[in-house]
Design a protein around this ligand. Structure first.
Ligand SMILES: [Zn+2]
Length: 329
């Protein structure tokens, strides 16, 4: 599992540029499903047959990043965000473009940290002219952040654990499931970080009976943190509410019963902000009952996110339990 997470987080695939991560997941799953398809927006859907009801599971492949907006005479790049990024976390960070070109983020002089906006930041490719910069990177080029994986034993630090750890959970669940009792549509979605876009069209096409997203959630277990109940190491988090979804009671109860029955450690999640693919899927067509299995994650949307592998394992077991539970219909 650790190796899979390491490999998934090493890949650069910001929203709308999911080809590299999709190719990796495709290869990982080719022997573990009945059908693998890519839809119009680029979602990867691994299908495994097992029953009458359609169960959609969704984990997003994309990650936050930046897009080049302009290049100046000295070859410095100006950029905009792709997904939610905080300018205060960017100074000195490295970015990696698709062709492997690397750069570091610098900042203009400011008197007060509150003045630090994205407009005050630039990317330095180590070049000395506009022409030299343009030979490497053009306007519209996207980059992801570059940071190495750290193995802390039962916890790991990496960039893009949001939501490569969700992808890892779904891949592992599909490899482990023995007797699926539903038709499984494991959807590795695109463009979640820019507005839950891939999940929306994938769900419209599938029209599932139930959908479960697998994503990370914030925690309240660090010094002077926001008051949140979620903790690293306390199990898979069953979402009750975030800003885009109120989990229907029967979906929450189903996941809770499956966790109880299988002795899977779990906790409940109430997140006053944020959302996942489930927020978009539930509003598809006439509505889809939707829930989320979350992996608690510290330092979300930074280059060093942290998860506990015991929570990851609990999430895999809970996803497998859902796959093996007949939904009827
Ligand atoms: Zn996410």
């Amino acid at each position: 599992m650790k190796e899979l997470i390491r490999n998934l987080t090493a890949i650069s695939s910001p929203s709308g540029r999911e080809e590299p991560i999709r190719a990796f997941i495709q290869k990982e799953l080719e022997n573990y499903c009945d059908e693998l398809k890519v839809d119009t927006l680029g979602n990867l859907i691994a299908v495994k047959h097992g029953g009458k009801a359609k169960l959609q599971l969704a984990a997003h492949m994309d990650e936050i990043g930046i897009i080049v907006t302009a290049i100046d005479k000295q070859g410095f790049l100006r950029f905009a965000n792709v997904g939610g990024i905080n300018p205060h976390r960017l100074y000195g960070q490295r970015v990696r473009f698709k062709d492997g070109t690397m750069g570091v983020i610098g900042a203009e002089k400011i008197d007060d940290i509150k003045e630090l906006t994205l407009e005050k930041l630039f990317i330095d490719l180590g070049v000395t002219s506009e022409a030299e910069a343009k030979a490497k990177v053009g306007v519209g080029a996207m980059a992801a952040f570059d940071h190495s994986f750290v193995d802390l034993g039962h916890r790991v630090i990496a960039k893009a654990l949001d939501d490569r750890v969700g992808c890892a959970v779904l891949i592992e669940a599909l490899k482990r499931v023995r007797k699926p009792q539903n038709d499984l549509y494991c959807t590795f979605t695109v463009q979640e970080e820019v507005g839950l876009r891939g999940a929306r069209t994938a769900a419209f096409d599938l029209d599932p009976d139930l959908a479960i997203a697998i994503d990370v959630t914030d925690t309240g277990d660090t010094p002077e943190a926001r008051k949140l109940a979620m903790k690293l190491g306390a199990g898979a988090a069953i979402k009750v509410k975030d800003a885009y979804l109120i989990t229907p009671p029967r979906v929450k109860e189903l996941l809770t019963e499956l966790a109880e029955k299988n002795g899977i450690p779990y906790q409940f999640e109430v997140l006053p902000f944020g959302g996942t693919d489930a927020g978009a899927i539930q509003l598809t067509k006439a509505g889809v009952p939707s829930g989320v299995i979350s992996i608690p994650c510290r330092y979300l949307h930074s280059h060093s996110e942290m998860v506990d592998l015991n929570d990851v394992e609990a999430a895999v077991r809970l996803v497998v339990a859902a796959m093996e539970h007949p939904l009827g219909g």
